[in-house]
Design a binder for this molecule. Structure first.
Ligand code: NAD
Length: 470
């Protein structure tokens, strides 16, 4: 078995090739060097993927599923090395719902995708003839990912694409290339040559991928602004797109809950991956009758959750992944403080400390129009807004242009479902926020994107529908 360092060596640029040092966001130390691939490298990768695709498609579903299961075994065999690379590069701790959890999700999703079956469907029958809907491979799929859950999201994109007989070129975020390159290296130890490649470059490589005439589909997860750029650059080739974009998820706490019983769930719904999660709770609406009790219970829970360097086993919260994100969170909390909002916890970063650590922050008595509420803060700072009627809470929850996830917290399942159905979000959780399941379709409403991932719907998104009448 390779160590994390030998895995990093195996993905480093060859002698004389350009590379970029990647720094640990917790300590500033060098994690490794990522190759700096260019648009010319992308061109070569796309040509190779195109050449490999017919044979991969010809293998058929069963053989491709077996290959995905072998890839899952390879991930499991390298789980600890992968988790250590992820922790050092992304900043997320090994423990808690973080690096080891993310690597575990990679093999779990590979296995679930291998086991998912998309059968041809007879959609009409008349006069002795039938119309059968089936799905052909699309060709070469481009997968462009973000830096918050870099390995897991790469697998969410790659696994269904491969399962459906496509070959794939992955473009990781320039902030977290080592994690994805290491993962692809491990996956490729089990996959046939040429079906999966990674090109590690910046925005220009992403832009070239999304306008490339030989890329049939782009799976994109990232910000709404980049999603819009990809829509534009993919237009000339009428590329298929699945867009998982930004969110600003609301949680609505109804007055019938026990605040102490939901505090842990609320906390992890908001602070998983130190708040750097697309479908995390980012605006908490609490009924006025229990507002203080919920604020107190959440503060009580949050103040004891350890944050620090990811490789230290006791930590379960880490730094922000990069300086730009640190500054966004710092400035948004400052704007809330300047407006007179009440800081219950945190809000006072120690700028002398190394690393992009921002303390766990809870902000109460904040106006719904404040930027900390209205914008996606993507960090460990949760605004808690008071409401008096459910109609008011629903209106505030729906009052943004994005709609990825949302949650309703209540002792009454039926009542909570009624509120859930009124929320403009692709997923709504009851008494939970953010738990995903490989069989339950996941995707955004409004400017959080379009298209679905996971399960049978996710496979359909990676195939070309074809109806045969006969
Ligand atoms: P980002 O949009 O800045 O970058 C994402 C990727 O797009 C990177 O690989 C980047 O190199 C590439 N890119 C940049 N410009 C491009 C262009 N013009 N054409 C093609 N590719 C280009 O996003 P980020 O900061 O890495 O990620 C954070 C964002 O992602 C947040 O908004 C978060 O909510 C969102 N996100 C959404 C989901 C989801 O499932 N909906 C999941 C995770 C993250």
């Amino acid at each position: 078995m390779q160590t994390a360092d030998t895995l990093l060596d195996s993905i480093a640029p060859a002698q004389g090739q350009p590379g970029r040092e990647i720094l640990d966001p917790a300590t500033g130390s060098v994690v490794g060097t990522a190759p700096e691939h260019t648009v010319a490298d992308l061109e070569a990768a796309v040509q190779a993927a195109k050449a490999a695709q017919p044979a991969w498609a010809a293998l058929g579903h069963e053989a491709r599923s077996r290959a995905l299961l072998a890839a899952a075994d390879a991930v499991d065999a390298h789980a600890e090395e992968l988790a250590r690379i992820l922790s050092r590069e992304q900043g997320k701790p090994l423990n808690g719902p973080n690096a080891r959890f993310e690597v575990g999700a990679c093999s779990a999703w590979l296995r679930a995708t291998a086991a998912t079956v998309l059968e041809p469907e007879t959609v009409a029958e008349a006069d002795g003839s039938t119309a059968v809907l089936q799905y052909r491979p699309l060709g070469v799929v481009g997968a462009i990912g973000p830096w918050n859950w870099p390995m897991m999201i790469a697998v969410w994109q790659v696994a269904p694409a491969l399962r459906m007989g496509n070959t794939v070129v992955v473009k990781p975020s320039e902030y977290t290339p080592l994690s994805v390159l290491a993962l692809v290296r491990v996956l490729n130890s089990a996959l046939p040559e040429g079906v999966l490649a990674a090109v590690s470059g910046g925005r220009e490589v992403g832009a070239a991928l999304s306008s490339h005439p030989r890329i049939a589909k782009v799976m994109f997860t990232g910000s709404t602004a980049t999603g819009k750029a990809i829509i534009r650059s993919s237009a000339d080739t009428v590329k298929r797109l699945t867009l998982e974009l930004g969110g600003n998820d609301a949680g609505i706490v109804l007055p019938d809950v026990d605040p102490a019983a939901i505090a842990e769930g609320l906390f992890w719904g908001a602070f998983i991956n130190t708040g750097q999660t697309c479908a995390a709770l980012k605006r908490l609406y609490v009924h006025e009758d229990i507002y203080h009790a919920v604020c107190d219970a959440l503060t009580e829970y949050a103040k004891n959750v350890p944050m620090g360097v990811g490789l230290e086993e006791e930590n379960v919260l880490g730094p922000l992944q990069n300086k730009a994100q640190y500054e966004i969170v710092r400035d948004l909390v400052q704007s809330a403080k300047d407006s007179g909002a009440r800081v219950l916890l945190g809000g006072d970063p120690d700028e002398a400390q190394p690393g992009y650590f921002y303390p766990t922050t809870l902000v109460a008595d904040i106006d719904n129009a404040n930027p900390l509420v209205a914008e996606e803060q993507f960090g460990p700072a949760l605004p808690i807004i008071r409401y008096s009627t459910v109609d008011e809470a629903v209106e505030m929850a729906n009052g943004v242009e994005v709609g990825l996830g949302a949650s309703v917290w209540s002792a009454d399942q039926a009542g909570a479902r009624e509120v859930a159905a009124r929320l403009e979000a692709g997923t709504v959780w009851i008494n939970n926020h953010g738990a995903v399941n490989p069989m339950a379709p996941f995707g955004g409403a409004k400017q959080s994107g379009y298209g679905l991932e996971f399960g049978v719907e996710g496979l359909k998104a990676l195939g070309q529908p074809q109806v045969i009448h006969g």
